[in-house]
Structure formats: C-alpha cells, structure tokens
Design a protein around this ligand. Sequence first.
Ligand code: SF4
Length: 383
Amino acid sequence: MPSVFIKTFGCQANKSDSERILGDYLARGYVETAKWREADEIVLNTCSVRQSAEDRVRGFLLNLSKYVTESGENKPKVILTGCMLHFKEKELKELLPEVDEILPLSEVGFNQKAIRKDKTSAWVPISTGCNSFCTYCIVPFSRGREKSRPMPEIINEVKKLAEEGYTTINLLGQNVNSYGLEKTGITLRKLYLNKDNFNAASIPVNSTQYEKPKDTPPFVILLREISKIKGIEKITFFTSNPWDFWDELIDEIANNPKIDRFIHLPVQSGSNRILKLMNRGYTREAYLTLIEKIKAKVPDVVFGTDIIVGFPGEADQDFQDTVDLVKKVGFKIAFVARYSPRPGTASYKLYSDDVPAKIKKERWEILDQIANKDNLDNRPLVP
Ligand code: SF4
C-alpha cells in the first residue's frame, strides 16, 4: 500500500485541515507513516502567519531536498498546502523547487472524514476564511472570504462523534461569532480595505463586521443544538473576536453549563492608535467594556488573548497602553508575538517595519512575564 507523511505547521485550523487531508488519503487506500523517509507522498501543510513560521517550512524543505535529490526516480511526491499558498504558484515553485503539486485550501473542504488522534476531544470546523482584513494578517488572502459550513452538516458530524465516545467538541473558525452571517449580514469592515485598494486614512476606529441579526445569531443557535446532543459534555470555541460578540452569546454562555468558561478573545494591542492601524474595528474602551460585560454575567469566566508587539509605529506609550490593558483584564494566557511584515498584507504595503528587533524582543519579554506570570511553564514558545 502507498504511504503518506503529513507535516503540519501552524495553528489549530491547519491541524484540523490535516486531519481531513489524512482522511482523504486513507479513503484512497494509503497508510500513514510517521517517518518521512518511508513515505511515497509527503504533504506539507504550511503556515505563513509570521516570517519565523515560513522559515521553519523552508528549513524542513532544506532537509528534505537532499533526500529527494538522492532518491532519483524513487523520490517521494511533495505536495504543498496551507497558508503559504497566498504566494503565486510561480513564486512558490521558485521558493520551494522541491514541491511537485499544490493542494489549494478550497479543495481540502469540510466533507472528508477527519482522522483524529485524540479520542475524547474533537476539533470541528464551522467556518473557514475571514472577512475582517486586519492589516497585518494574511488569512483573508490565503484562506479567502468567510464561508460557513451548513449547520445540519456540523450537527451530523457532532452526533457521530458523540456515538464514537467524544465528549468535548471544539468549534473552530477564524471568527466563530459571525458563523452563518456572511449570506445575510452586511460585511462592513471589508469596505474599508481590500487587497488592491489600501487607504490607511479611511480605516475607522470603530466598526463592526456584520450588522446584528434581528433574530438569534446563528452561532448561538448552533451552540444550543450541539449542547442538546447526548454524550456531549463540553463545548469550546476558537476564535471569538471582540466584534459580533452580542448579548445573546454572553447570555448563552452564562446559561449553558456545557459551554467552557475559557474564552479566547484576541486584543492584539491596548493602544487605540495601533488598533486603528491594524483595522481591528474597536477601541481599547470597547474591548474593556465587553470584558466587563462578560465578567458580570459569567463570573467564573477566564480569558485568553493574542497580542502583537512591535507593530509599525508602536511607540513606548502605545506599548504601555497594552501593558495597562493586560493588567486590567488579567488574562489566563496570552500568545504574544513579535510583528513581522507579511508580503501581501496591507501593513506590509502601508507601513514601515520601524520598531527595532531589540525593542520588539524587550517588549515581548515584558508582556510575556506580565500576561503569563501564573502560567510560565505552559506559556507558548517565543515566536
Ligand atoms: S480576524 Fe483579523 S487576525 Fe483574525 S484571521 Fe481575520 S484578518 Fe486575520
């Protein structure tokens, strides 16, 4: 039987995609191998979120390259997928000449059965792509526009998982709060920025992603339906963002004991000036008000967050505003990253990467110590 080795870089969305890519291979009669030297096909699921992530992909390919060259006619087929596909195919082939085939993310889809290693806790994608256009982020270009998976399909998958003995369901999307709204809601934030028409001056300080639906938001309905499924004991969701976190969602978390009390709510910066340059669409005041509102209704809630230090133009005062916000919220965990410009993003085109690497590192260390002080053994590695 032919064999496949899958190497996954990056976030949980990529790991979830790899579970379905493996499902597709097994359905076609392949076996999985843990050793790439034994594989007939090697799939690289790449990450492009930061320069360091791309460097890791290239580092892996350098190791692979020698082996591929030495293998002559018996060389494995190398297939590339994931967020590095935002490069054009020609650029990719120049960057990574060992690659034989490109697997577009749109072809990974939702429908292939996922092969999961964990037998009690399952990641279930509910949407893909993003319409938010944060200026530093490649996702709206690498994964495309936000697209929700039909609710009956998600419910069926969760029912099957419950029958197999899964008790925890982790719902996955770039922006789970707006699940199901891209067809009915009005996307407001993408009006300000798109790939070919950057205009920093037009970035608003405050904007939502979608208009609030008149009825119960579809994400709340999804949470209710999943919690009715026999055997499901715990539901988590990633990633919520500070926009579209409507009162109905807060009430549902408060009233539904199956929903986890950990909420990951990326803030990225505590400075209004930097949030505007990032096109995040909220102010620090709006973020803190949301946190207080959730704490008032869900007293046992704990928060996680993502923060970027060293974004273009980040002055000492901007950084201090972030430190102040982090202290006010008291996050359980913070994934702190140092800014690196990603080709293809708005910030790469609009702003100069003007915070020196030394300052980025210092700010990273300060914030990591403050935000993860109770958590230093578990904190994420230096990005
Ligand atoms: S919400 Fe912003 S940071 Fe998150 S995936 Fe979308 S564009 Fe990227």
